[in-house]
Design a protein around this ligand. Structure first.
Ligand SMILES: [Zn+2]
Ligand SMILES: [Zn+2]
Length: 341
């Protein structure tokens, strides 16, 4: 089969390698598309080190072609979305249900070979069945959508409440839609105005930029917008998806006293968050790490049409042009870039 093999930072080569064979409990998936995200970019650029050679790609979907002994949840021909993280199943975190926090967690496309290839070998238990008539372009967003579904769940979003979403990348634009589907009115906040119209088209009731932000000063556009939308001191729930140090600080500014702030973007830099406001406003700061059992709900939201992805999937590249896919990921026009093996 053809696979894009990463041999070192920036060194990805499309090669012909032997196709995988399913062992006990495993499934072979014919990859129909694999999304590319910031994590892939950091691995490709060498910012994040992995074991080489590696077939990257963790946002993959496709159809099962064969299964090994003992597999009962999927059969050949089944369309699936792959949950690209699985845990050891034996440690205290796994046993108490916190498998997403397992320190021996395995990430497909990072720790083991992933979806930038014609076929992928996976534990069958990470293959979630999807309706045969659900379009690939929709299903491809299942993985980031599962991240968002968990964040919204952790934030205990209630119909009738107001929410702010920070960041209008893939996660942010999905969060706007999930919160709206749950009956919240949503303010979308971004650093620039570039994608705010898209956030409106995805259902945001209001949009704002973080321009002029200063902790406690109340002078920023987004703080005013949060007050205007909620008709009070701030929104009930903030979902932070940008994963930058500034966005974390900004998230705390937008919540009303007694409100909740869910952080699901992974900030790689330390933040100078002013914890005075966390105490003074008695905020609940909630981390949300990938997903636990959210894939079925993500697939349901896509199948029902509650979450639309057409305008999120901006670029598609064949496997041979994967180098261009990494470049496209960094372009300001791209939201979700897909590789089609
Ligand atoms: Zn990703
Ligand atoms: Zn574990």
């Amino acid at each position: 089969m053809k696979a894009a093999v990463l041999h070192g930072p920036g060194d990805v080569r499309v090669e012909s390698i032997p196709g995988p064979v399913a062992g006990p409990g495993e499934a072979i998936v014919r990859v129909s598309a694999a999304g590319l995200c910031g994590t892939d970019y950091r691995i490709w650029s060498g910012d994040r080190r992995v074991r080489y050679p590696l077939i990257m790609g963790h946002e993959l979907i496709g159809a099962v072609v064969s299964v090994g002994p003992g597999v009962a949840n999927v059969v050949p021909g089944q369309k699936v979305a792959v949950q690209p993280n699985y845990s050891c199943g034996a440690c205290p975190l796994c046993r108490e249900g916190n498998w997403n926090l397992c320190l021996s967690r395995t990430a497909v496309g990072i720790d083991v070979d992933g979806g930038f290839a014609e076929q992928a070998r996976l534990p069958a238990r990470v293959c979630w069945p999807a309706p045969a008539d659900l379009a690939d372009d929709q299903l491809l967003l299942a993985e980031p959508l599962a991240v968002v579904v968990r964040a919204v769940l952790r934030g205990e979003a209630l119909a009738g409440e107001t929410a702010a979403v920070l960041g209008v990348g893939t996660l942010g634009l999905l969060a706007v839609q999930v919160l709206k589907a749950r009956g919240l009115r949503v303010l979308a906040v971004a650093r620039s105005e570039r994608r705010l119209e898209l956030a409106r088209a995805m259902g945001a009731a209001a949009v704002a930029t973080t321009a002029g932000a200063a902790m406690g000063a109340g002078g920023s556009t987004s703080v005013e917008a949060a007050r205007a939308l909620s008709g009070r001191e701030g929104v009930d729930l903030v979902v932070e998806t940008a994963g930058t140090a500034e966005a974390v600080e900004q998230a705390v500014e937008l919540a009303r006293p007694g409100g909740r702030v869910v952080l699901t973007g992974l900030p790689h830099e330390p933040s100078s968050l002013h914890f005075f406001w966390v105490v003074r406003r008695e905020l609940r700061l909630i981390g949300s790490m990938i997903y636990q059992d959210e894939f079925p709900e993500a697939i349901r939201l896509l199948a029902s049409g509650a979450v639309r992805t057409e305008r999120l999937l901006t670029h598609r590249f064949p496997l041979e042009a994967i180098q261009d896919a990494f470049v496209a990921h960094r372009s300001p026009e791209s939201i979700k870039v897909a590789v089609i093996p």
